[in-house]
Structures are given as structure tokens and as C-alpha cells.
Design a protein. Structure first.
Length: 455
């Protein structure tokens, strides 16, 4: 009995032919030949059962591979894309991570041979970058910094707010309460369902909401202050704006009140930036009188995921000494990347934010020309990029993009080097702003590689 010519089994590619596909080469290098072969064999069995088209074997095998974060090209036009890991590290920071991957002097003084303060060079670099801070500390992320502050200053317990040698301000012993006073307009959700109020209350601290959604005055805070107050918390509404009949109390006004002031500025801007006039920065916030500033390392600072705590020396010391600090401490790789980020040169985040639109236009035009010559139905269009990552929601950056049929989106994500764009009004936009210029050619190659399948 002969097989019918349309029998899918006749079209099952050979394993060694699939394994030779260049799209699997990078995966083989990263994950080993055995893992890739197993994924291919499994995909081929799905072709035999008629479940998968032979053309989709490579894509299915790649998708089924167990692990490893895959590098992608961020053509979304969102500079800090949470799903793509926010900030891309600078070449210097990447080198530092590699160098720190072995044994390092992270907690050893090589001169004396004695134990030294963990991550002292990174902390010193952070301190130099924010002179207004009395001391600095780094934890796992911004959320961890908030949890540490809330636990150590407001949660109570032996190591918490009931410590007798607590915070003194204006001659008055105020700390020892368990309430965090926060404006109703600043009870924010930071993304993926995580809400700051829930995070803070999970520590055992109590939140005392003051004011209204659109307006909160200094007086609202002042009236809420009592023996139970641990600190005032000012949260920067980093991913939304409230417009119209609004008012909020300034850091300066709140700093005049007789309790500690903690400011969660979110984005990790260390100094003022004229490009982002509405983003608070750590140095100004401290100069204006905040006692503690909390920020993320992988937003506008452009460094590794980290939570920065900057503020008065006794307060920071108290956080550092809290038992929870050990559970939130950062890895040597983070410290290495942070130090290198602070030492400069500029980060990919900074470069993407400041990219000259004329330069971007030239790069996009060149890519467009190559695609048009190959018959790909791409247009060159003006577009708008954004900061993303819960920062500067009002700022749009004039940009240029390649516009393709939206059918390109999914195959490009599955390409040998995945290219992630954004779909807007039925078109896939590829914005090269956050693509390293050296990878422009890869974007073109990937589009060309999927074009025959998109048609
Ligand atoms: C991003 C953000 C956080 C959380 O920081 P992570 O580093 O993501 O944990 C907290 N507060 C504000 C205001 C933020 O913008």
C-alpha cells in the first residue's frame, strides 16, 4: 500500500536537516545539543501526527526549549520595557558582571586581608553620585527597599520601630509608632497587580490615608500625625497623572513636619534631568528635606535591578542593621553592574532617551531601503516612543519606525534573534531607538528571514 502524496508523514523533515537550521544554532550554543535535539524530535512527532506544519518545526522547537533567558531586540519604542527586563546594561556594566562572576573581593579588603563592608565600591559610587545623602544602602529592588523601610521603621517588634534609640527630630522622640501616613492619591499599583498599600501592610505596618484622590494638603498630613506615626510616605505617581483640580504637598512642606519623611521617587533619577522635568530626582528630594529616598536601579538610572536607599546616616544604618536586610541583600553581580553603571559612560537607557531623531531617521531609512529592495511591504513612518517602566508617563519622544503588516509580529518574535515590535492600529511598528545601532542589520535580516513565510 503506497502512501498518498499528501500524507503529512511524507513531508516530515529529517532531524539532522532541522538541527542544521541556523535559527537553532544560538539555542544549541546556549542550551546544549541534547536539549535542542529533544525539542526537535518532539516537534517532529507533532508533525507526524498532523498537529504541526513542517514549516513550523523550528519555531515550535525553540518555543519548547526549557530554559535560558533569550536575548531579544527591543524594537517596541518603549525604552524601559518591563516584559523585556527594563534597563539594558551598558557594555561596561556587562563586563563588570562577567568579571565578578568568579570569586571577588566583595567582602574582603585585599590590603589588610580582613573582612570589609560588602559592596563598598558600589556604595561609594552611589554616595558620590548623590552628595546630599548622608549614607546609602542597596537592596534587591524598589519594592524591597519599601518593605525594609516599613519593617524597620513602622512594623514594631524587637528590631523595628519600638527600639528606644530611634529617630529623633526636633528634640522629640517620635518614632515608635506603627502608622505610615500616605496620601489617598498615592496609593498606587506598580504593575502586574502589585499594590504599594498591600506591600506596606504586609510588613505589619498600618497605613493612615489622608486627603483625597486629587487633593492632599500639608494640613491633612499634619492633622494625622500622632504618637502612632512612624513616618510620612510620599510616593511619586510614576505611571499615571492626575489632571485638573489637583494639589499635593511638596517635599519641602512635608519636611517641616516633626516626623521622618520617606520619599519613594520610583525611577532612580539621581540628579535633575531637563528632558524629564516632572521626574523627581534623589539629590533634590534629599536637599528639599526628605530623610530617606527610595528608588529603583533599573529604571532611569539604567543599571541592574536594585532598590536604592539614600538618606540620613542614622536612618540608613538602622535599615542596614535590621535582620531583614540580610534577606534583601544584593548579589555581587548586581553590585558590580551598579558600580560600573555609576562610573559611566552613559547607559543604553540614557542613549535611547537622547537619541537624535535625525540619526534615528537615517538608520530607519537605511533599513527601509534594504527591505523595500527585497520586496518587503514596509513603510517608513513617524512614531512616538515612550520612557516606559512606570516612568514619565507624559513624555513622548519623537521617533521613526518601520511599519509592516501585523502578520510579521509573531514570526519576528520567534526569529533566530527575536525582534519585538509593537502593534498599533493593525500595523507592526519596529522602532530602532532601543536597538543598538550595531544590531540594525540583524533587524533587517530577521525581517527578511520571516518574509517568505508571511508572504
Ligand atoms: C517602580 C516603582 C516601585 C517598585 O520598584 P521595583 O524596583 O520595580 O521593585 C515602587 N514605587 C514606585 C513609585 C515605582 O515607580
Amino acid at each position: 500500500m503506497g502512501e498518498a502524496p499528501t500524507d503529512p508523514r511524507r513531508r516530515v523533515p529529517r532531524t539532522d536537516v532541522v538541527l542544521a537550521d541556523p535559527r537553532l544554532a544560538a539555542a544549541t550554543e546556549a542550551e546544549g545539543r541534547a536539549a535542542v535535539k529533544a525539542a526537535v524530535v518532539q516537534a517532529l512527532s507533532r508533525v507526524r501526527s498532523g498537529e504541526l506544519e513542517p514549516d513550523d518545526v523550528v519555531g515550535a522547537a525553540l518555543a519548547a526549549l526549557p530554559g535560558g533567558l533569550r536575548p531579544v531586540l527591543n524594537a517596541t519604542g518603549v525604552v524601559l520595557h518591563t516584559n523585556l527586563g527594563r534597563a539594558a546594561l551598558s557594555p561596561a556594566a556587562r563586563d563588570a558582571v562577567v568579571a565578578a562572576a568568579g570569586h571577588t573581593d566583595v567582602e574582603l579588603d585585599l590590603v589588610t586581608g580582613r573582612r570589609a563592608k560588602r559592596g563598598r565600591t558600589a556604595l561609594a559610587a552611589l554616595h558620590r553620585a548623590v552628595p546630599a545623602a548622608g549614607d546609602v544602602h542597596v537592596v534587591n529592588n524598589g519594592a524591597a527597599a519599601l518593605v525594609l523601610a516599613a519593617t524597620a521603621l513602622a512594623a514594631g517588634g524587637e528590631h523595628g520601630s519600638e527600639r528606644p534609640n530611634g529617630w529623633e527630630r526636633g528634640g522629640e522622640q517620635r518614632l515608635g509608632g506603627r502608622e505610615i501616613i500616605v496620601s489617598r492619591g498615592e496609593m498606587v499599583e506598580i504593575g502586574d497587580g502589585f499594590r504599594l498599600p498591600d506591600l506596606l501592610e504586609s510588613t505589619g505596618a498600618r497605613l493612615r490615608e489622608v486627603g483625597t484622590t486629587n487633593r492632599t494638603t500639608v494640613r491633612d498630613y499634619e492633622q494625622a500625625i500622632g504618637p502612632e506615626t512612624a513616618f510620612l510616605l510620599k510616593v511619586h505617581p510614576s505611571n499615571f497623572v492626575v489632571r485638573g483640580f489637583t494639589s499635593s504637598a511638596s517635599i519641602r512642606d512635608l519636611a517641616a513636619l516633626p516626623v521622618p519623611l520617606v520619599a519613594d521617587i520610583g525611577s532612580g533619577l539621581l540628579r535633575p534631568d531637563p528632558l524629564l522635568p516632572d521626574e523627581p530626582d534623589a539629590d533634590t528630594t534629599l536637599t528639599d528635606g526628605a530623610d530617606l529616598v527610595i528608588a529603583s536601579g533599573d529604571k532611569l538610572l539604567g543599571g541592574p535591578q536594585a532598590g536604592l536607599l539614600l538618606g540620613s546616616a542614622p536612618l540608613v544604618e538602622r535599615l542596614r542593621r535590621h535582620p531583614l536586610a540580610r534577606a534583601l541583600r544584593v548579589d555581587k553581580l548586581t553590585l558590580a553592574a551598579l558600580q560600573a553603571t555609576l562610573a559611566g559612560p552613559s547607559t543604553p537607557t540614557w542613549d535611547a532617551l537622547r537619541l537624535d531623531p535625525a540619526v534615528l531617521r537615517d538608520r530607519t531609512e537605511h533599513a527601509h531601503k534594504l527591505l523595500a529592495e527585497a520586496g518587503v511591504p514596509a513603510d517608513l513612518v513617524e512614531s512616538a516612543a515612550v520612557v516606559g517602566g512606570g516612568g514619565a508617563p507624559e513624555v513622548t519622544l519623537p521617533s521613526w519606525s518601520l511599519s509592516l503588516p501585523s502578520a510579521y509580529a509573531s514570526p519576528l518574535r520567534a526569529a533566530a534573534t527575536p525582534v519585538v515590535g509593537r502593534v498599533e492600529r493593525g500595523r507592526l511598528l519596529l522602532d530602532l531607538r532601543c536597538v543598538p545601532p550595531s544590531a540594525d542589520a540583524t533587524v533587517v535580516d530577521m525581517v527578511l528571514s520571516v518574509a517568505p513565510r508571511v508572504g
